[in-house]
Design a protein around this ligand. Structure first.
Ligand SMILES: [Zn+2]
Length: 238
């Protein structure tokens, strides 16, 4: 091989390395960063909702931004200014940070089987919104929920019994909407899940003076959602 050819090959290799480094920098540049207080406060509840919808779209398209954890750990170590709190089921297929493609520091998450409400969860919502400044509360049920199905079947077992009792109003409502339906029917379980989400959305402002006032002042919004385990899509109910 002539010196000229060797020089040409080395030049091409060097160019490829430079292009690769530039591409890596570009990838790093689009990574999500934790919100600052200014960014959190500048957003309306509707804008926060759009952020979550966009994140879920990235998740479905396998185009997620979340990857460089060391940068995010460093950037979020001093404080947190999440824009939303998500109440979700404990189901292993429904981790809100992943399905909404949100960086460390950007959403609060409260998880209880069946996405049912309890006083401690309400306290977490009051803290997230009124104290820290989050704008959006999302109540997220999901398809194929074991807690909802167990409640439908009247399962009684240890502490599970009292948790499932909280789903009874949603079952009663669903019986009216789908008389004679069976707990073996997926669409009936999905209906109970949806009615449970709607019940929790109604209960929060009834039980929390703080959140009721913040909603009236336009500072906070509550929305319902269903996560579809079949395709990763979060369907918002409002
Ligand atoms: Zn569940």
């Amino acid at each position: 091989m002539t010196t000229k050819k060797k020089l040409f090959i080395v030049s091409i290799a060097a160019l490829l390395v430079i292009l690769l480094l530039a591409w890596k920098n570009e990838q790093n540049a689009v990574k999500q960063k934790p919100l600052t207080q200014e960014q959190q406060q500048a957003k309306t509840p509707q804008e926060v909702l759009l952020r979550l919808k966009a994140g879920n779209q990235r998740f479905i398209e396998e185009n997620t931004k979340e990857a460089n954890f060391s940068n995010i750990i460093h950037a979020s170590k001093g404080a947190q200014f999440p824009a939303a709190i998500i109440l979700s089921c404990i189901d292993s297929r429904v981790p809100p940070e992943i399905v909404f493609d949100q960086a460390l520091g950007n959403i609060f998450v409260s998880r209880v089987a069946g996405s049912v409400l309890n006083e401690d969860a309400i306290a977490g919502m009051e803290y997230s919104t009124h104290v820290i400044g989050a704008k959006l509360i999302v109540i997220m049920g999901h398809e194929d929920c074991g807690a909802i199905e167990s409640a439908c079947k009247g399962v009684k077992l240890g502490h599970i019994t009292q948790l499932l009792a909280k789903i009874t109003p949603a079952i009663t409502q669903s019986q009216v909407e789908m008389p004679n339906a069976s707990c073996a029917e997926a669409r009936y379980i999905d209906l109970i899940t949806k009615n449970n989400v709607l019940d929790v959305m109604k209960e929060i402002p009834q039980q929390s003076d703080i959140i009721r006032q913040d909603i009236a002042d336009g500072k906070v919004m509550i929305v319902g959602a269903i996560y579809h385990v079949k395709n990763g899509n979060v369907e918002f109910l409002t």
